[in-house]
Design a protein around this ligand. Structure first.
Ligand code: PEP
Length: 252
């Protein structure tokens, strides 16, 4: 998979704003080689998918339920995301884990549902600040991988240290390298050779200014971008930083 730059718009964007942001991303994507994905809020998903139809920019949801349908008030199924034009879904984001009590097993069930519906899941893992300060970051991430991914996982993993999300703080390149190296080894240990193909994104305060150095770290296969993805110019600048590293072949 080419380097993936994925934008998580979170709970931002009324319909007109989301459409306008999508139009700007579409226009800017023309000169970009890496893979681009935007994940708008559910209410804007179909409209954004219409704007991006026929463009190289893919669309994803930010969550889905583990069941295909039924009595789950307020929830959205993977098939509904597909129906609205999504081909990807972010699962197990720390804001879902923290605010909605999602545990690893919930995430694993969602991954199964997403995959069955034909969506590519991006599963988020990452430690809290306390866990890092007490030297338990790899242990925590190892457990999250073991609990959140099904054995035949065929998606993308995103390492997002919780203390770096929306804070403007990032781990050092050495810390990212250590964690991504650990995750690659852990994927191999838990899932065997097929796990070599699982791209590992970095997420947490990625901006145009730090994108090149973070994306250059070995085993970083792209970025999951929150705040900076709400400005098309910044999101596209991050994608251009990925292109400049030549980790991707030019789009045909
Ligand atoms: C995120 O929430 O996935 C994220 C990476 O946010 P931010 O880029 O704003 O830190």
């Amino acid at each position: 998979m080419p380097t993936l730059i994925a934008g998580n718009w979170k709970m931002n964007g009324l319909l007109a704003e989301a459409e306008s942001l999508a139009r700007e991303v579409r226009e800017g994507a023309a000169g970009i080689s890496c893979a681009l994905l935007v994940c708008p809020p559910f209410t804007a998903l179909a409209a954004v998918a219409r704007v991006l139809q026929g463009s190289p920019v893919a669309v994803g949801g930010q969550d889905c339920h583990w069941e295909a349908s039924g009595a789950h008030t307020g929830d959205i199924s993977a098939a509904m995301l597909r129906d609205a034009g999504a081909s990807w879904v972010v699962l197990g984001h720390s804001e879902r884990r923290g605010e909605h009590g999602e545990i690893d097993e919930t995430v694993r069930q969602k991954v199964l549902a997403a995959t069955a519906a034909g969506l590519t899941p991006i599963v988020c893992v990452g430690e809290t600040e306390d866990q890092r300060q007490s030297g338990r970051e790899t242990e925590v991430v190892g457990w999250q991988i073991e609990g959140s991914l099904p054995k035949d996982f065929a998606g993308v993993l995103a390492y997002e240290p919780i203390w770096a999300i929306g804070t403007g703080r990032t781990p050092t390149e050495a810390e990212v390298a250590t964690m991504h190296g650990f995750i690659r080894e852990e994927l191999g240990r838990q899932f065997g050779g097929a796990a070599d193909a699982v791209p590992i994104l970095y997420g947490g305060s990625v901006k145009p200014e730090n994108a090149a150095s973070l994306l250059a770290v070995p085993e970083v296969g792209g970025a999951l971008v929150g705040g900076a993805s709400l400005r098309a110019a910044d999101f596209l600048a991050i994608a251009r930083a990925a292109d400049a590293l030549s980790k991707t072949a030019p789009r045909a």
